[in-house]
Ligand binder design. Sequence first.
Ligand code: NAD
Ligand code: GLY
Length: 364
Amino acid sequence: MTEAIETVQVELGERRYPIAIGRDLLNDNRLLASHITARQILVISNETVAPLYLKPLLAGFQDRDLAVVNLPDGEQEKKLESLLPVFDELLVRGFGRDCQIIALGGGVIGDIAGFAAATYQRGVAFIQVPTTLLAMVDSSVGGKTGVNHPRGKNMIGAFHQPRAVIADLAVLDTLPDRELRAGMAEVVKYALLGDPAFLEWLETHLDDVMARRSDAIGTVIQRSCRNKAAIVAADERESGQRALLNLGHSFGHAIEAAAGYGTWLHGEAIGAGLCMAADLSRRLGWISPAEQARAEDLIRRVGLPLRPPADIGPQRFREFMARDKKNRDGTLRLVLMQGIGNAVVTDGYTEAALTETLEAYTGG
Ligand code: NAD
Ligand code: GLY
């Protein structure tokens, strides 16, 4: 039986949409049918997720014109070339602007499918069915879609909001532990950037979350989605506060690109990136050594790396960070903490402190 925990709304006026969070939602035909309304439906998934969850998702839609594209698995597949089989299928099947695309998978599939939906015939409707913790708490919400370029993470993309997000907690039962830990990086991010009460909650309940207790996982997803929905509603196109969601990401994206996409999971890179952001904040005197230790301790307890791979030197970091989308007029802007649970987007750090952090975390 479906046990809906909660619906979080992303308030974007006439483009507002719900994030449905609950267990066994993929078996709930009425919920799916209320969002999947088109005659022509393309599901984009991958070779790992489709065998597990495609059948239940499509069970109630056999009377529709259904197409499926299953991409190879992995972050290295989040590239422009992966769009071609998707557009081929849409065109060969004669799908029009009133079709719907469904993303069934983690953040990689969600970002690719969202970008396909943003660009096919200049934009068609899409629905996110996230299947990783990371995708449920972050990537399926907010309408950032796109692919990587070898020279930079998420460099090609578009804003395109989904019509709905359906987060079925039951699918997390098959998620590997390493992926669960990676998803927790984004959860810790919300706590550190603007939700000190959530930080305390996580410190108290982390063992329950990592043991996958449904009530604890449900709380983590709800709370994260509420945080993200509020920021996206206030600043959909990232002209201001949405950049706060990038805490740890300037460092993390550099790690992913420099290490080679897929070598480190996105969440692992963000774990180390959060530690580097905390270190720089402490060097600037913006958080205390005790606050830095508190942030690091939580990331350590989740089981994420605290440092980047040893072979990425300060120069490589700077090369990739120079292409970050937050930069303005050639100046690197970073998201740092001014007090734990209070992030700012700033160019008010000193070059000397940034160099110290990069050298401390790369062995100089
Ligand atoms: P992912 O999509 O690669 O999924 C992780 C792995 O888990 C994959 O091997 C996948 O096949 C497998 N998997 C997925 N669901 C499963 C399940 N239920 N059971 C078993 N295996 C399952 O990685 P991710 O961590 O979900 O997403 C990372 C991506 O998200 C990165 O590309 C990152 O840049 C992007 N991202 C985007 C946004 C955004 O706002 N658009 C935000 C954060 C991250
Ligand atoms: N994950 C960053 C954002 O959605 O803005």
